[in-house]
Design a protein around this ligand. Structure first.
Ligand SMILES: [Zn+2]
Length: 342
């Protein structure tokens, strides 16, 4: 992540670990107001894997809590890399240069590190992926694929030739929350297409996002999930509409589908559980690729949701796997899916 990098561009021809580097799909170049960024070299379709990259350095075994020790450990790790890769690492942006000039390697890790998976303290620094700038409405999603030990960047909406490739450095929130997080952690004021909307529009967007967070609490309420599933389904429907309005295609959408899969499955509604399992798999394929562990783990439940642990706590919504209606208009199917006519 180099939101305001003034570092010299790395030379991809020298990058020995850089199986990506510049290619026909994208290039690294100056982006007005942002320093270096990644820009599409051709029209990129949604679902395309743009980058799949191994980290230059990971923080596994590095005592990041103690910056003196971390600096020495990072130096040792860096020395094991080729000269070209050492240079690629050192040329990345360091937001902490002024506040902590004596720990440049730790600063680069903190400025550019991505967590390698969920629920992990281990981060990785990537030569090319670190050049992708932030947007609150990103056109790509990043994912650590543990099977390949690579971070992937998939387009989740079309990117025109010459358009900047963007990713999100945060997990969501209102514009105020996002602004504060980005300033504190990366030292820049976000001027993405969402944050630079007119005040009225931005306020409406914030209200929607705050409402979605509130609705999400209903989905996490185990009592309601068990005893008031219709209320939970209604909240999920409202959340889905907000995600559509806000163009959200990141992990929040996948999580919503997964929650709905479990909700329907729990109440023995196999028809809808299948649908939501499929939407989950499709959204993860788009954002993480068909060899994403999330896709591979969920795939069999599209056919046989009853094999999942969540199946059958109640009979409240019982349907069979073949009860998915066929031949309905999209609006009628949506009414069925979201249980608006039962
Ligand atoms: Zn923004």
């Amino acid at each position: 992540m180099a939101p305001s990098s003034t570092s010299p561009p790395h030379n991809p021809q020298n990058g020995e670990s850089g199986e990506n580097s510049e290619n026909s799909v994208w290039k690294i170049q100056e982006v007005p107001g942002k320093g270096l960024g990644v820009v599409a070299n051709q029209d990129i379709a949604a679902g395309t894997c743009i980058i799949s990259e191994a980290p230059l350095i990971t923080t596994e075994g590095i005592s990041m809590a103690n910056t003196d020790i971390a600096e020495q450990q990072l130096l040792n790790a860096l020395k094991k890399l080729s000269k070209a890769d050492q240079e690629r690492f050192r040329s990345l942006h360091n937001y902490y240069t002024a506040s902590d000039p004596t720990h440049p390697l730790s600063g680069i890790c903190k400025s550019n590190g991505y967590p390698l998976g969920t629920n992990t303290e281990v981060g990785g620094v990537f030569a090319d992926i670190s050049r992708i700038n932030h947007s609150c409405l990103p056109n790509t999603v990043q994912y650590w694929n543990p099977l390949h030990e690579k971070q992937t960047i998939h387009a989740v909406r079309p990117i025109p030739n010459g358009g900047e490739v963007t990713t999100s450095y945060l997990a969501g929130g209102t514009s105020q929350e996002r602004k504060q997080f980005l300033k504190e952690n990366f030292g820049f004021d976000c001027a993405c297409e969402v944050c630079s909307m007119l005040e009225d529009k931005l306020r409406e967007s914030d209200e929607r996002l705050a409402r979605a967070e509130k609705l999400d609490e209903t989905l996490g309420d185990s009592k309601k999930v068990r005893f008031s599933p219709d209320e939970v389904m209604k909240s999920a429907r409202s959340m889905f509409k907000i995600y559509e309005e806000e163009g959200i295609k990141d992990g929040r959408l996948g999580r919503l589908y997964y929650d709905l899969f479990q909700l329907c499955n729990m109440h023995s509604d196999l028809a809808r559980a299948r649908c939501f399992a499929k939407y989950y798999v499709d959204s993860k394929k788009m954002a993480e690729g068909k060899d994403s562990i999330n896709v591979l783990e969920m795939f069999s439940y599209v056919k046989s949701p009853q094999k999942h642990d969540s199946f059958g706590s109640t009979d409240m919504w019982r349907t069979g796997t073949t009860d998915v209606p066929k031949g309905l208009k999209a609006s009628e199917f949506a009414k069925w899916l979201w249980r608006e006519n039962v």
